[in-house]
Design a protein around this ligand. Structure first.
Ligand code: SAH
Length: 343
């Protein structure tokens, strides 16, 4: 018989699953799974023996399993290939910053968005991840760090896939993660990165979860943006910026705009000027990302001087910009290099 996996169920779902057993049993099980990381019913001492045996025969607790691990030479970035509960293999990246440990997780296997500079979309979308699978990625990171005497401080949903195209599972996972009986993770420590699915940004605003929104902008005008990112043909810059600004105003959270610098394509002073213009008056930061090479893509990184000029222009024209410290490029763990997985 196929055992049902209890990992990833909410308390309400657990209550329903084990009814007519009393609700406090579901609470006990949730605490064992999410607080204590128990994967085996035999270890659930609070449950009567008969119940433990019955559960073992009907259920399992499956999270993520390590398939492969790569460490960057500087020791600050680790990439893991994980086998997830429902059988998918995805990559997560753990990064050690001055301000703590963050994990970058994936939201889909593959991606349908077709951005011209990204490795994750080369083979299209295979499928969405379930809430349990995304939670499994985070639990893996949390448990790994705990084993090293460290803790997980923040989560970025910026790996493979477009999180807002897997909306329902994403929201379910975020709410579960935030529950006291789960990791009790503060929404403020979570960042969602999107290529700009405007209707879903509006929906997210209405959820009233104060997660940080990061918008992959990459071009200051519709013509160039549509050439680089097909999503822009459906939702143009004007509606994207309006939705992002509205999100910032409603949540009070500053929006981050990611801007990949592609040598000779979007990295001139004129591009910086137009970018500053469209973002003027927005509650925003710009995060500049020098292009990370992807074998199948014909772009090149910006020159050092173009990067410096672009950065300087924004910061002297009213826009706070930072340059993303790219981590893990030596193990293909940097932005846009994730795919599951050849090296
Ligand atoms: N679909 C989401 C999240 C995944 S991409 C999104 O588009 O935001 C995460 C970030 O990496 C995005 O800003 C993306 O545009 C960027 N990225 C993709 N390919 C890249 C590359 N080759 N070099 C640098 N950044 C890249």
């Amino acid at each position: 018989m196929n055992k049902k996996n209890l990992f990833g169920l909410t308390l309400a779902e657990l209550e329903k699953e084990i009814s007519p057993l009393p609700k406090f049993r579901a609470k006990q099980i949730a605490a064992q799974i999410y607080k204590h990381g128990v994967k085996n019913f035999d270890e659930m001492n609070e449950l009567p023996k008969t119940l433990r045996a019955e559960f073992s025969s009907r259920y399992e607790i499956k999270t993520a399993e390590l398939l492969k691990r790569l460490n960057s030479a500087d020791g600050l970035t680790k990439k893991f290939l994980l086998g997830l509960v429902d059988g998918a293999a995805v990559e997560i990246v753990l990064m050690k910053h001055d301000y703590g440990n963050s994990v970058c997780i994936s939201s889909q296997v593959g991606c349908q968005m077709g951005c011209k500079f990204c490795a994750s979309t080369l083979k299209g979308l295979e499928r969405n991840l379930t809430a349990a699978e995304m939670l499994g990625e985070i639990f893996f990171a949390e448990e790994f760090l705990r084993g090293e005497g460290e803790k997980l401080d923040s989560i970025v949903i910026m790996g493979t896939g477009e999180p807002l195209m897997n909306y329902d599972a994403l929201i379910k996972m975020l709410r579960l993660l935030h529950e006291d009986y789960c990791l009790g993770m503060s929404y403020r420590k979570i960042t969602i990165s999107t290529c700009g699915v405007v209707p879903a940004i509006k929906k997210l605003r209405d959820e009233k979860l104060p997660v940080t929104l990061s918008i992959s902008l990459h071009a200051p005008d519709d013509k160039l943006r549509s050439a680089l990112m097909p999503v822009n043909s459906a939702f143009g810059l004007k509606s994207l910026l309006a939705a992002a600004d509205d999100y910032a105003q409603s949540t009070g959270r500053r929006v981050t705009y990611e801007y990949i610098l592609l040598g000779g394509v979007n990295d001139t002073e004129e591009h910086a000027r137009r970018l500053a213009k469209i973002l003027s008056g927005q509650l925003a930061n710009v995060n500049l990302i020098p292009f990370n090479p992807v074998a199948e893509r014909n772009f090149i990184p910006p020159s050092n001087s173009a990067l410096k000029k672009f950065f300087h222009f924004l910061n002297t024209h009213g826009i706070t910009a930072t340059v993303r410290k790219e981590m893990g490029a030596d193990v293909n763990a940097a932005c846009g290099q994730l795919r599951a997985m050849s090296n």
